[in-house]
Design a protein around this ligand. Sequence first.
Ligand SMILES: Cc1cc2nc3c(=O)[nH]c(=O)nc-3n(C[C@H](O)[C@H](O)[C@H](O)COP(=O)(O)OP(=O)(O)OC[C@H]3O[C@@H](n4cnc5c(N)ncnc54)[C@H](O)[C@@H]3O)c2cc1C
Ligand code: SF4
Length: 343
Amino acid sequence: MLRLPTFELHKPTTVAAALEAAAASGPATRFVAGGTDLLPNLKHEMIEADHLVSLAGIESLRGIRLDGDDLVIGPMTSLTDVASSELVQERAPALAQAAGVVAGPQHRNQGTLGGNVMLDTRCQWINQSYFWRSALGFCLKKDGTECHVIEGGKRCVAAVSNDSIAPLYTVGAKLVFQSLATPEMIAAGAPEGVQTRPVPVDALFKADGAYNKKVGLQELLTEIRIPALPAGHRGSYQKLRLRGSIDFPQLGIAARLDLDEAGVIVHADVVAIVVAARPVRVKKAPDQLVGQTPGTPGFEAALAELCDLATRSVKALPNIPGDTEWRQRMVPVLIEDAIRACV
Ligand SMILES: Cc1cc2nc3c(=O)[nH]c(=O)nc-3n(C[C@H](O)[C@H](O)[C@H](O)COP(=O)(O)OP(=O)(O)OC[C@H]3O[C@@H](n4cnc5c(N)ncnc54)[C@H](O)[C@@H]3O)c2cc1C
Ligand code: SF4
């Protein structure tokens, strides 16, 4: 049996108290939401933390509401609540679908949208026990000097595997982070106290699987904001996994199509996850699909061309368990499924 290492647990009831606890506890501190990913990673000694700041007692971080034109989801809202929310289903259908296929039902009851957004990357050589990894000589992501996926690789390519991220990209979500101003920030002219930083979701990630986010560990995600989308908005999320009841994705594709009143596509977006450390946007999607009308021969030809082109930019790596060639062959299949589900 794998045991949890010892740590000090902080239980704040306000965001300000959580930020203060994190700032006072030093760099080896983590926020814990549902704990469904963080606690296994601590047991596997993939992460070392002396202090955990629990977000469970902060009521202001829960719930789904409208704020002006924005749909605002608190990061401590469970995935079950996100999936079953009529507001989310109506305004961001692909996100509701994605939340409903994360892991299994118990994980979705306990796991949160914020924890899913901030999920660590995954790789078949790192999501193992310490003993297993030590036998291999470890790897670049933790304790080692080489990558077992890319021979001679200098950067970790563990896969971004959070299902909610691809739909959040396609709806142009904004993530709001809060943190306490550090002495360096104050010296550079920032006011003392709580700092608020909105980050467009497609600016959150970097191509380094060792830590694939551009925000620091002391920054607390406090809101997920989704702008109002046009009446003709359609979204879909398609997930490839071995066991439909519980598994992480082996590939995830979110698609967005906005149709005008005449049924013509005026906006198109396709985003893939699990192929690299950061999500991959299929840049050819708008070129192929905008201006097309679903159901016409022109649309069918454009969709076939897009699926073909996408296989050149969406390349599966042997970074997660499973057959890489099968995952690669499923790229055009899932893109077609996602687009057809939209129309
Ligand atoms: C068997 C199994 C199957 C799984 N399958 C899937 C799957 O199919 N798809 C999938 O996406 N995930 C899967 N997961 C992972 C996990 O259950 C989900 O991603 C879940 O949404 C994580 O949320 P959590 O609240 O439990 O996060 P936690 O484990 O509490 O936290 C995850 C990370 O986010 C950080 N964090 C949490 N909240 C905040 C915040 N507000 N601000 C800043 N940082 C924060 C934590 O510090 C930690 O680094 C699986 C897990 C297991 C055990
Ligand atoms: S991609 Fe390479 S460095 Fe990263 S976790 Fe996997 S084996 Fe380790």
